[in-house]
Design a protein around this ligand. Structure first.
Ligand SMILES: [Zn+2]
Ligand SMILES: [Zn+2]
Length: 794
């Protein structure tokens, strides 16, 4: 969460060593220097502004009591615009105090008009709860702030609807609870002055597209009651926030992007773990960088880098040993646990007991556990924390001395947000990006201009996705019959979606509009395909350890899976998908588990294509069927595969959007690719292309999937498919199609520039390959991409 105050003081231990000295000591440990680039991000002085004239003495004093002496320039500017009635987004860095920008106009209005109300939306319950505490602490008469979410007791709900004037909730509750119950909320909605949308950059992809329509449904209900609330949005730094939030709200939005809060300087290092000698026998810890050792694979000559997880764990141990308050961002839950466990072990080896000052943190923990970790880090009892990016949301942790980022987080926006946790006001801090053994990470640490010289990405969402629009229009029709004016409100594609619903018998057209025909409401989940979260329960005690989202549960919680929680290892006895729970027992085997899935794909339709002679580039709809079919057990100490065990899990179906290219067999032969090597060539090109797509499309490689084949029945040619991992698509494949030449050029360069001989995770191997990275041919992948690039127009 943002600290709302311009004068927040960080608690905690005293200053550590200067970042430049610290970095010098860290990089001097090994034989080769792992640092490929150091960027100095200069310090910035804050620019305070006077309180707006409309902020009453009562309001100013309330903030002053909480330590806000005066607003910063950007806070005052956004607050003034919102108070004047303009829709505004404040898009500034971590800890720049965005809350004050919406609290000021919203609270001033509540104090001036005793009937007015405010609705605040956060992407998580935890963030809404934190914001509730911040607003309640101002102790303003008559505001009566209250959270209204799935945890709110039934007995309190009516009181909140009737009496609270500052309701904090999330888009899911707005969608499932408040909008369907609009009659009960009519008093509140009729008087609604402001809608605050916090952390609005998280509304991207399919989820963002759903939220865009939930906000349109909210505007529609307000309009029925005669209210036209002003939208105030808060975003992390992002490209073109006015356009993105305009798409999110359907309204013209003014952007305030000039961050006027003070910031300490940051020394930002790019760090590439060294290649291990191929005969060293040392094995990576990192499940996502272990090259599979499928029978008949090319593992004899493989070269691997030291795992980013192991490198991050060592860096965390070293910085903690220096008394430096450090946060390590690790992409996977499992990875965060492994980093914490290894750093603890290393510290305990040096000084018994020192390991206790490092912990792991991730989204699935229970609230009390999370709060305890936050408190301990703030007070300095804890010096090192390894976390998934769950911490980006809902936690007020800033002012750390060092931030370690284990693996590129997928977008420059996330990278800067994570790095922004470093630096107490007026003090220098260190940020380190540790490259994973992965094509994109490797590319970035050798092309720093792609990080430091490029603008932050725009948030991508596509409200016109028919798989989002149709169910949202169905929900809207239940709330009130749809009218032609509503088609304008819901925007592009709305007419086609309504026609589709009529044809499917879900809506009936009457002279007064389109009516929902069924008794039941449509079941629509904003978070999409992930399904309900799965509870992880210890069978011997019945204790709830945490939750895992439904989409990941097949991979993480299948029977036999080794599941880590706070560094403690559990083995899953049973995954019960019907009941949404996994039963586990504490056990520490000396292996880890790695699930594999298989994928089948068929082309439904072609939306667009480029005929480039022997090469074809296509965009269209596909049906993807995937199933987690087995898992490998691998020895933790050596990475050796113990065995592969079958699993019996249901398939999952996905209709989505794909980009694909085909090549004629003749052109491949002409380029020197032997027929027997075609599958390995295409497979290798597919892996690398997926790895590099995030450079173009603001997704991460786990948002997309791929399939390659020497002959596909639908294309009758050698083909590489790359598809959106979300029903209806999220715009990623479309971007890939639009930037195909640049995307495949970067892919080709990444493979060609990699120092390995036969292919490694930095170029053509994939951590999520269903075929165990077999077959793969690195030199032939370059030939394939050269054929495509020579023929494809730019
Ligand atoms: Zn390589
Ligand atoms: Zn593969």
């Amino acid at each position: 969460m943002e600290s709302s105050s311009a004068a927040t003081v960080s608690a905690g231990p005293g200053p550590g060593p200067a970042p430049a000295d610290l970095l010098r000591r860290l990089r001097a440990r090994g034989a080769a220097d792992p640092v490929t680039h150091v960027e100095r991000v200069p310090a910035r002085a804050g620019v305070p502004a006077p309180w707006p004239s409309w902020a009453t003495a009562e309001l100013r004093e309330a903030f002053t009591r909480r330590g806000v002496v005066a607003p910063w320039q950007h806070q005052a500017e956004a607050a003034n615009l919102a108070y004047e009635g303009q829709h505004v987004v404040v898009a500034t860095g971590t800890a720049s105090g965005k809350s004050l920008a919406y609290q000021l106009p919203a609270l001033a209005t509540l104090l001036a008009d005793p009937r007015a109300t405010v609705l605040y939306l956060a992407p998580t319950k935890a963030l809404a709860a934190d914001q509730l505490r911040a607003v309640a602490a101002l102790e303003l008469e008559g505001v009566r702030p209250a959270c209204y979410d799935g945890d709110t007791p039934r007995t309190e709900r009516e009181w909140i609807r009737r009496h609270s004037r500052f309701v904090l909730t999330n888009p899911d509750m707005l969608h499932h609870g408040i909008l369907p119950g609009h009659a009960q909320w009519s008093g509140f909605l009729r008087r609604l002055a402001y809608v605050v949308v916090d952390e609005c950059h998280t509304y991207r992809g399919v989820f963002g597209s759903h939220v865009a329509h939930v906000l349109r449904r909210l505007r529609r209900q307000c309009a029925r009651f005669g209210a036209t609330p002003v939208f105030v949005l808060a975003s992390a730094t992002s490209g073109d926030p006015a356009t993105a939030t305009g798409r999110l709200t359907g309204l013209p939005v003014t952007a305030v992007t000039e961050d006027a809060s003070p910031r300490g300087g940051v020394t930002f290092a790019l760090w590439e773990p060294p290649l291990l000698p191929s005969d060293s026998g040392a094995a990576p810890l990192d499940s996502s960088s272990v090259p599979a050792q499928a029978a008949g694979g090319h593992d004899d000559l493989r070269q691997i880098r030291r795992s980013a997880l192991r490198e991050t764990a060592d860096l965390l141990a070293d910085t903690v040993a220096e008394g430096v308050r450090t946060l390590a961002f690790v992409r996977s839950r499992k990875g965060a646990e492994v980093v914490a466990a290894n750093a603890r072990r290393a510290l305990d080896d040096a000084v018994p007991g020192l390991g206790d000052r490092v912990a792991a943190y991730r989204g699935g923990y229970l609230r009390e556990e999370r709060r305890e970790l936050e408190r301990a880090l703030l007070h300095g009892d804890l010096l090192g924390l390894a976390s998934t990016n769950a911490l980006e949301l809902g936690v007020d942790l800033v002012g750390l001395d060092a931030v370690l980022i284990c693996g590129y987080p997928g977008t420059r926006a996330s990278l800067w947000q994570q790095a922004g946790r470093a630096g107490r006001s007026g003090q220098e801090a260190l940020a380190v990006l540790v490259a994973r053994d992965d094509p994109l990470d490797t590319y970035l640490v050798h092309h720093p201009e792609a990080i430091f010289g490029a603008p932050v990405e725009a948030t991508v969402l596509d409200p016109a996705n028919p798989y989002v629009l149709a169910p949202q229009l169905a929900c809207a029709a239940v709330e009130a019959p749809l009218t032609p004016a509503d088609l304008v409100l819901f925007g592009e594609g709305a007419k086609e979606a309504v026609d589709g619903l009529v044809a499917a018998g879900a809506l009936r057209q009457r002279p007064t509009g389109w009516y929902w025909r069924h008794r039941e409401r449509p079941e629509v989940d904003l978070r999409g395909e992930g399904g309900a979260p799965v509870a992880v329960v210890e069978s011997s005690t019945g204790r709830l350890l945490g939750t895992v989202d439904g989409g990941s549960s097949h991979f993480l919680l299948h029977s036999g899976a080794v599941y880590l929680h706070q560094g403690v290892s559990y083995v899953v006895d049973q995954l019960d998908l019907a009941d949404g729970c996994a039963l586990v027992r504490a056990e520490e085997p000396d292996w880890s588990t790695h699930a594999r899935d298989v994928t089948d794909l068929s082309v439904v339709s072609v939306r667009s294509y480029v005929d480039a002679g022997p090469v074809g580039m296509f965009l269209g709809e596909v049906d993807v069927t995937s199933q987690v079919v087995s898992y490998q057990r691998r020895r933790i100490a050596t990475g050796e595969v113990i065995d592969t065990r079958p699993l019996d899990l249901p398939t999952r179906e996905l209709r989505t959007v794909a980009v694909w290219f085909t090549l004629s067999p003749q052109s491949l032969a002409l380029a020197g690719v032997q027929p027997a090597d075609v599958p390995g060539a295409l497979h290798a090109a597919e892996h690398a292309a997926i790895g590099l797509l995030p450079l173009m499309a603001t997704c991460d490689r786990w948002d997309i999937g791929g399939l390659s084949t020497a002959v596909h029945p639908d294309t009758e040619a050698p083909t590489v498919f790359v598809y959106d991992g979300h029903p209806g698509g999220a715009g990623f494949a479309e971007r890939a199609y639009g930037t195909a030449a640049a995307w495949l050029r970067a892919t080709r360069d990444a493979i060609a520039e990699c120092g390995c001989e036969t292919g490694c995770p930095s170029c053509v191997q994939s951590p999520k390959c269903g075929n165990g990275n077999n077959p793969l041919s690195k030199p032939d992948a370059i030939r394939v991409l050269d054929v495509v690039l020579t023929n494809l127009p730019d």
